[in-house]
Write a protein that binds this ligand. Structure first.
Ligand SMILES: Nc1ncnc2c1ncn2[C@@H]1O[C@H](COP(=O)(O)OP(=O)(O)OP(=O)(O)O)[C@@H](O)[C@H]1O
Ligand SMILES: O=P(O)(O)OC[C@H]1O[C@H](OP(=O)(O)OP(=O)(O)O)[C@H](O)[C@@H]1O
Ligand SMILES: [Mg+2]
Length: 285
């Protein structure tokens, strides 16, 4: 039987969430210390642990079938890969930043300037689109240090909270792209591997839907039930059950994390009492 080969980051920002996702999808691994390949005893899958920079090419070369990697790396390496699923973690943006004390008149600031980055391909494309002629200086890491030590005038790098910029007396002036972790796949996979990927995606969808929803349980006087049901979407529609106390009902439903507080507010306004919410482990739609 064929096995699906997945490339994951060996260690770093993507590693823990990638492993957690597979674990929650019910896939176990036998990982020996220092081993760079792991087998699963309960799913036909093999994991290759790599540097994240190497993941796009490994998939493009068909050494791995799928992989978890940041959108920024996929864009930078520019191989023909297909996005199988946006995974929603490791969210960040890739931005241009300059010394805090400098005035920023707009993109023309960068005309003829030296910009340090680990993402030269993305930056070159961006500057070309905007007709900026700058000197792109590629460095592998610690990019934020470059202006302070006289290596460059500005930088182009990952920003999340912005605290690394602040610590290095820099300010973000242009957001060039948003990024998140992606599950990417090679083109032209065999039918057998495609079927395995579909099974994996089915499980990942169930895990992701569960984590973005909550189970909700509440009590309401019967004359308020119709109004409350309108506020609660549910998977199909809410469940309404009579309480032992006459004139009251118990309502059960599923609500999305994004609308959580908005819905709770409306429920309270409509007379809901004893509201309880629970995390959902898996959600099969
Ligand atoms: N501060 C951050 N917040 C959110 N996501 C981030 C942050 N920093 C990086 N990322 C995302 O995680 C990916 C991996 O980041 P990490 O810092 O682990 O990379 P790395 O040092 O290049 O790792 P490797 O050793 O595998 O080459 C980045 O390409 C980006 O997509
Ligand atoms: O806006 P912030 O929240 O400060 O995050 C941005 C920083 O995070 C990443 O570095 P990381 O901490 O992963 O270190 P590394 O570059 O050495 O991998 C990235 O390279 C930035 O330097
Ligand atoms: Mg890397």
């Amino acid at each position: 039987m064929e096995k699906l080969r997945i490339a994951l980051q060996k260690k770093g920002r993507l590693h823990d969430d990638s492993m957690k996702l597979l674990k929650e999808a019910g896939i176990k691994f036998n990982i020996g210390s220092g081993k760079l390949v792991a087998q699963s005893p309960n799913f036909p899958i093999e994991v290759l642990f790599l540097r994240d920079d190497d993941i796009p090419q490994t998939i493009a070369d068909k050494v791995a079938d799928i992989g978890v990697v940041g959108e920024n790396e996929v864009e930078e390496k520019d191989f023909k890969l297909t996005i199988a699923k946006r995974l929603g973690f490791s969210k960040c943006r890739i931005s241009l930043a300059i010394p805090k004390a400098d005035e920023y008149p707009g993109l023309e600031y960068f005309q003829g300037k030296k910009v340090a980055t680990s993402y030269p391909v993305i930056l070159k494309k961006y500057f070309a689109e905007k007709n900026i002629s700058a000197n792109i200086h590629e460095i592998a890491g610690s990019v934020e240090i470059a202006p302070g030590i006289g290596l460059a005038d500005g930088i182009f790098d990952i920003v999340s909270s912005g605290s690394t910029l602040v610590a290095n007396r820099l300010k973000e002036v242009e957001v060039v792209m948003q990024s998140e972790a992606l599950l990417v796949q090679a083109e032209d996979m065999s039918d057998e591997k495609k079927a395995l990927l579909q099974e994996l995606l089915f499980r990942i969808n169930a895990v992701m839907a569960a984590s973005s929803n909550k189970y909700i349980l509440l009590n309401a006087p019967n004359d308020k039930v119709d109004e409350i049901v309108k506020v609660l979407p549910g998977m199909k529609s809410p469940t309404v059950l009579p309480l032992a106390q006459e004139g009251w009902s118990s309502i059960h439903s599923v609500i999305s994390e994004k609308q959580f507080w908005e819905i709770i507010g409306k429920l309270k306004d409509n007379g809901a009492e004893g509201i309880l919410t629970f995390p959902i482990e898996k959600m099969i739609l």
